[in-house]
Design a protein around this ligand. Structure first.
Ligand SMILES: [Zn+2]
Length: 397
């Protein structure tokens, strides 16, 4: 079994059919019940034992996360997990697709859903190849999460007592196949409730203090957008007032900040707080400010075995790998925070979260081959008492 031969093993037509079958299923966040049933049934047929955790109950969703486990054919090989999410953003009603020059596009009215159903299809195809070819593999877990899009909700509630894998590969990034994301930001959400004083807008406006004007003043003074190469900030939602003829006494503002460095993130959030404080003080008003630590960031050394396994798989396959960082979060953030070293991986979709979303069939196939190559490499990483020892891969030479 050689990684350069993987191309012949992946059945492209089957992979595409499967992708389209999954993408056609509506699965917005917390409504993953139907797709989860299908995936569970497929994984069982492929020899996995499957459980679902209580994440659905805890988040108000139709189903929990899927935790599927398959015993390896190589005892002592390092146990790994492959992860993707089952939900998508909207719009998806009236889903359709077209294929043009080897690229699958949405019909232009909905998203395509390659984020992250391309990964779901790749995982199923890779597991089929394993069954058909008898290629060597260590213990494999497949973790399919719910409600990733609204903020990693599913994985935040994952029952980690069910995880036996040592390293995680998260297939969910809009970068070319071969991109290995070794760092991702910490992310805080903030909300401010600004109090003004209401008054009739026509009769006695001088008695009022507009909460919207205070918020506007604060936001104008605030450093937003790209703060530095590691830090970003945004105000995303603002609402205040209820009728046009009243000076508004309340304005709610919601935003976020991210940084690869926790100190920089805290400094930015502090700055956002101070800006609201100054603007309200100037008008003798009050405000409430909430900080929600949305998820933690991560940064892995290149020498970390999970990074090495991915880089080595790419090298053996003859594809270019690229170590990079991202400004977005993924389920890899949660795995890392829980002590399971994880990299997020580019799977080649483009224009995600838009009706222009598309994926090249060649990328879909390459992503599946890359997955198989990592499984081959992991099958060669022996478990030793002090673990993490990276051994040579005899049949990969
Ligand atoms: Zn995604």
């Amino acid at each position: 079994m050689k990684p350069e031969n993987l191309k012949e093993l992946v059945k492209e037509d089957r992979l595409i059919d499967n992708f389209l079958r999954l993408a056609a299923m509506n699965s917005p966040p917390l409504h993953e019940g139907e797709i989860a049933d299908l995936l569970e049934s497929d994984l069982r047929k492929l020899g996995f034992s499957v459980v679902r955790d209580n994440a659905g109950m805890e988040t108000g969703g139709e189903t929990g996360n899927i935790i599927a486990t398959k015993k390896g054919s190589i005892p002592g090989a390092v146990p790994i997990l492959l992860s993707a999410h089952m939900d998508t953003v909207v719009p998806t009603d009236g889903w359709g697709y077209r294929i043009e020059d080897g690229v699958i596009h949405s019909n232009g009215n909905t998203i395509l859903g390659a984020d992250d159903k391309a990964a779901l299809a790749s995982i199923l195809e890779a597991m089929r190849v394993i069954e058909e070819t008898g290629m060597p593999y260590g213990d494999i877990q497949v973790i399919l999460s719910i409600a990733e899009e609204p903020g990693l909700m599913g994985l935040k509630h994952l029952d980690f007592s069910l995880i036996t894998a040592k390293y995680a590969f998260v297939y969910d990034v809009d970068e070319p196949v071969g991109s290995i994301i070794t760092s991702a930001p910490y992310h805080y959400r903030i909300s401010a409730k600004i109090h003004g004083r209401s008054a009739h807008a026509g009769m006695n406006p001088e008695d009022g203090i507009s909460a919207i004007s205070i918020a506007a003043k604060a936001i104008t003074e605030m450093k937003l957008g790209r703060i530095d190469e590691e830090t970003t900030a945004n105000i995303g939602i603002i609402n205040g007032g209820s009728v046009v003829n009243m000076v508004p006494d309340i304005c709610n503002v919601t935003g976020e900040a991210r940084s690869l460095k926790i100190e920089k993130l805290e400094a930015q959030v502090q700055h956002m707080h101070e800006t609201f404080a100054n603007a309200t003080r100037m008008h003798g008003q009050e405000f409430e400010f909430d900080i929600n630590r949305w998820y933690d960031g991560y940064s892995l050394e290149e020498s970390c075995p999970v990074v090495q396994m991915a880089a080595r798989a790419a090298e053996k396959m003859g594809i270019t790998s690229r170590i990079c960082s991202t400004g977005g979060g993924s389920d890899a953030n949660i795995f890392n925070a829980k002590g399971i070293p994880a990299v997020a991986l580019g799977i080649g979709y483009r224009n995600a979260h838009s009706v222009k979303e598309c994926i090249a069939i060649s990328e879909l196939a390459k992503s599946t081959e890359f997955m198989l190559a990592k499984i081959l490499v992991a099958a060669d990483v022996a478990k030793t008492p002090n673990s993490d020892t990276y051994l040579a891969a005899p049949y990969l030479r």
